[in-house]
Design a binder for this molecule. Structure first.
Ligand SMILES: [Zn+2]
Length: 211
């Protein structure tokens, strides 16, 4: 099965961060009638508490209850700009093995819930090596071997960019004000991290489009 294909009525662990992409993905999968198990991972990110509030609010909006998994020591052991306020939030944004870890933990949580499908909200135009279609396929193979049972990793947004996800979010009435896209710990979006810059650029581009 290709990483953007789906069958009917699947049980899916969704990696949910409270951001636009994962929230839209969760919304679309729920709308298609799948049973969703939202998983929020606290890996020691600076933004974890505001992300968790956004994740809970978005999940409740969709009638779902997220589970919070705590591996906060990881971000302290492997510091990056998104886990350590002393590092540059933009230049040091890469956190090694983050998405592989997310998918592995998603599969482990799925094992507990008898779910073998994990959805991750990565988009087109990858910045990091763990955001590519090749990576998703390789992770699916590796984690399946590690479990001794086949899992499916789906990345349903992988052909979309940030403009597309914002368009879809607006089209379907996803409450964007509940989402949190900034990597910093500040209450308001910092405007400097890669996530803020990506969202601001997409919003500026879409500002002239009619909805
Ligand atoms: Zn930011």
């Amino acid at each position: 099965m290709a990483i953007h294909e789906r069958k009917i009525g699947m049980r899916i662990v969704v990696l949910a961060s409270g951001g636009v992409d994962s929230s839209l993905m969760m919304f679309l999968l729920k709308k298609e009638g799948h049973e969703i198990f939202p998983l929020f991972i606290d890996y020691g990110q600076l933004a974890r508490e505001k992300e968790w509030i956004s994740c809970q609010n978005l999940c409740h909006f969709l009638g779902l209850e997220p589970f919070r998994m705590d591996i906060s020591g990881f971000g302290k052991s492997v510091p990056s700009g998104i886990t350590d306020s002393k590092l540059d939030i933009e230049k040091n944004a890469f956190l090694p093995t983050r998405n592989l870890l997310f998918l592995t933990l998603g599969a482990a949580y799925g094992k507990v819930k008898s779910v073998n499908v994990i959805a991750i909200g990565i988009l087109a135009n990858p910045i990091f090596p763990d955001q590519t279609p090749d990576f998703v396929r390789a992770a699916q193979n590796s984690i399946s071997r590690a479990l001794g049972a086949d899992i499916i990793i789906m990345a349903p947004l992988i052909s979309l960019d940030k403009r597309d996800t914002l368009r879809l979010a607006r089209k379907y009435g996803l409450p964007l004000d509940l989402t949190s896209s900034c990597h910093s710990s500040s209450k308001e979006p910092c405007g400097h991290c890669i996530s803020c810059k990506e969202r601001l650029a997409a919003e500026a581009y879409l500002a002239n489009e009619k909805f």
